[in-house]
Ligand binder design. Sequence first.
Ligand SMILES: *Cc1c(COP(=O)(O)O)cnc(C)c1O
Length: 395
Amino acid sequence: MTHKPTSSLDAFANAKLKALEATNRRRELTSAARGPAMALTAGGRDMISFTDNDYLGLSTHPAVVAAAVEATQRYGAGSGASRLVTGNHPLYAELEAKIADFKGMEAAIVFGSGYLANSGIIPALVGKSDVILADELIHTSIHAGLKLSGATVRFFRHNDVAHAAEILDAERSRFDRALMVVDGVYSMDGDIAPLKALGELCASHDVWLMSDDAHGLGTIGAGRGAVAAMGAEGLVHLQMGTLSKAIGGYGGYLAASRVVIDLMKTRARSLVYTTGLPPGTVAAALKALELIEADAEMVARPVMLARRFTEALGLPAPETPIVPLVIGAEADAMAASAALAEAGYKVTAFRPPTVPEGTSRLRFCFSASHRDEDVTGLIAAVRALGLSALTKAAE
Ligand SMILES: *Cc1c(COP(=O)(O)O)cnc(C)c1O
């Protein structure tokens, strides 16, 4: 190793890490090797993962993997440049047509990731003289878009349509354009946004509605996502999502009207100034969407398993494959996660700032590729630890 002088930079980093450690908020990376059927080897331990976003197990599906390999052999490992230069390989057009059709919109555009999509879409549509209304629990990547836009931001209470209406009545007229942003499915709670009521509210106040369907695509609304699940077709102007969860690969997208998609191609900075996705990644997403369209039983299984789990433990029935178990203190949530790992189940503990203060939690994610006996085993492990009793006491 080369000799490195101690600098004020290292002193800063060290002090920052120490402070995070003192409040149980330091995060670390653990190497994790995934296999089929949610098998996971991490920290020298073989486990079944109940923490992935791979809701349909498509990241390891043989047909999806084969599509990625084939496209890689044909077009290369990388795309070579921005999509606006030479990175726009022919697979993109096919994938975008498929997404638009699946989402019931005129057109779609694929970004490098969901994070990049959110950071690019919002500033391309609103700016200084405009207002954004956002649910208080929106995903962190949307906050990046809000900041970059420079628009005035007003938060409404989680899923509270009346509160959003109150803000609009009081403030809409002061601004030029207005955008409302919500998650279709909230990743830390597993609940769905009231998209129909929000859509009607937006229509009556000339507000554009954007929904982030990262956790909805492939899992609810017969796989079509939160808009379909809530009967809000025609009310959501901007349907954003990711290809990294139920689709099992990587990338983000926006489905919208053709003219809005055309505007993104020339104005979304996180599309224009970044390299296109590798061809194999785009081919994998295309194959995954085909499988989702063809297999209703696979799409229904994650929610079915989540309900089996909550029923056995006397927890509220979930609408999505996400089941939160709020524990409270950071250290208790970490201890519960460690105990489940000991029993052979990977369930990550989520802490602030990812979740609100005092609501550190375990979040269980169910996948179509979980075997019945994995769920039975998990139920037994949670029971043995007395975890469901623990949350009831905390409520
Ligand atoms: C995961 C997630 C994203 C980010 O998507 P990536 O493709 O992983 O960058 C955006 N929004 C929500 C709600 C998410 O859960």
